[in-house]
Design a protein around this ligand. Structure first.
Ligand SMILES: Nc1ncnc2c1ncn2[C@@H]1O[C@H](COP(=O)(O)OP(=O)(O)OP(=O)(O)O)[C@@H](O)[C@H]1O
Length: 370
């Protein structure tokens, strides 16, 4: 197991009682403000001591209160990236990067400087001081500095929270590369569904200091009831697809998934490349017969597997499309008019797809309309 946590900690009036285990490449700690994400990160990093419990990373016990084990933070070999880059302003980028390396005994340095510079695309910045970097560039350097400590685990606490949308889009592909091209497990704190759906292999959902759910990203993202109220509209299905072909005549790309083909405006990726799609529940309609004469390009056949009460006048219809669960948010009135029940064959009509290109360096991300 990569990361296994089972701890209790009282912080004033706030009680953190968290238990999860994840062997995912990037595990998102996800929850609303004040749910305990940063407190949990502090326990894993060794910045605070839990009252009770155990923390294990890559088979190494870092905390076990019963056995009297508490590995101090500088011996944990955990790299940290925070919301603010916290670079040394008087040092060049190259110096800031080397600073990370100095702290690791030579025998334990397994991360190579050139590889990190290449991975994060920071070669042209090496001689600059942090004052002359954009927010996104600073964060890439901060990630590089953390990687150069040769960590066994990388903790990222809302690393994009202080960046604007353009800077976020610029840095997301680098975090994907980090996830896919290094062997270092990442625990990533976020309260954004878009970020989690794009980056996480696994999600640990926190609410009021408790883990309310944990598991693979696709499973958790469709549990709309678990999402923080302000993010519920962002929830839905996460589909792993592969680029099948490009349709030059119409400027479209055809993606293959277990649920069927999905057509999206042309993506600048080669056939065979993986693409992760997010289909928000509010962007899916339900039809009881295969629709004709419709502008939406993507219609997936399936069977209703559950109908849950949604917010206000809505219900959430869960549709199994050949093993892929797609969620549609529709009104109770539509449900009644269409006589939707569990077991009924239907068609999920997808109005909009949010797509994220995995394994990319081009920063491609956005929304497309079917
Ligand atoms: N040392 C402390 N003493 C008392 N209360 C604390 C302490 N540290 C954290 N808390 C409280 O614990 C709760 C959880 O805080 P935490 O920062 O872990 O949440 P979070 O999910 O990271 O929130 P955000 O997304 O806003 O950063 C908050 O109510 C906070 O006020």
């Amino acid at each position: 197991m990569t990361v296994a946590v089972d701890i209790e900690q009282q912080l004033g009036a706030f009680g953190l009682r968290a238990r999860f285990a994840s062997s995912g490449r990037l595990t998102a700690l996800f929850g609303p403000s004040g749910s305990g994400k940063s407190s949990l990160i502090s326990v894993i990093a060794g910045l605070t001591r839990p009252d009770k419990g155990r923390v294990e990373v890559e088979g190494r016990v870092l905390v076990d209160t019963e056995a009297g084990i508490f590995v101090p933070k500088h011996k944990r070999r955990i790299g940290m990236v925070f919301q603010e880059a916290l670079l040394f302003p008087h040092m060049s980028v190259a110096h800031n990067l080397r600073f990370g390396r100095w702290f690791t005994p030579p025998a334990e340095r397994y991360v190579d400087m050139d590889a990190v510079v290449d991975l994060l695309g920071i070669g042209p910045l090496m001689d600059r001081r942090p004052g002359r970097l954009s927010g996104g560039e600073k964060q890439r350097v901060a990630i590089g500095r953390a990687l150069l400590t040769s960590p066994r685990l990388l903790l990222m606490d809302e690393p994009l929270a202080s960046l604007d949308e353009a800077r976020k889009a610029e840095i997301l592909p680098y975090i994907e590369r980090l996830r896919d091209e290094t062997k270092i497990p990442i625990v990533y704190v976020s309260h954004s569904v878009a970020e989690v759906a794009r980056l996480a292999s696994d999600v640990v959902m926190l609410s009021e200091g408790r883990v309310t759910a944990s598991g693979p990203t696709a499973d958790i993202m469709q549990r709309l009831d678990l999402l923080p109220a302000e993010e519920r509209g962002e929830g839905g299905a996460v589909l792993e697809t592969t680029v099948m072909r490009h349709d030059a005549a119409f400027g479209m790309t055809v993606l293959g998934s277990k649920a069927g083909e999905v057509r999206v405006p042309r993506l600048a990726v080669e056939a065979g490349a993986p693409v992760r799609l997010r289909i928000r529940a509010r962007d899916v309609m339900v039809a009881t017969v295969e629709p004709k004469g419709l502008s939406a390009l993507n219609v997936l056949p399936g069977t209703i597997i559950a109908i849950e009460p949604g917010e206000g006048a809505s219900v959430e219809v869960h549709i199994d499309c050949s093993g892929v669960a797609v969620v549609a948010r529709i009104t109770r009135q539509s449900r009644q008019a269409l006589e939707l029940e569990v077991g009924r064959p239907v068609f999920a009509v997808i109005k909009t797809v949010s797509f994220d290109k995995a394994n990319a360096t081009a920063g491609l991300s956005g929304e497309i309309h079917g």
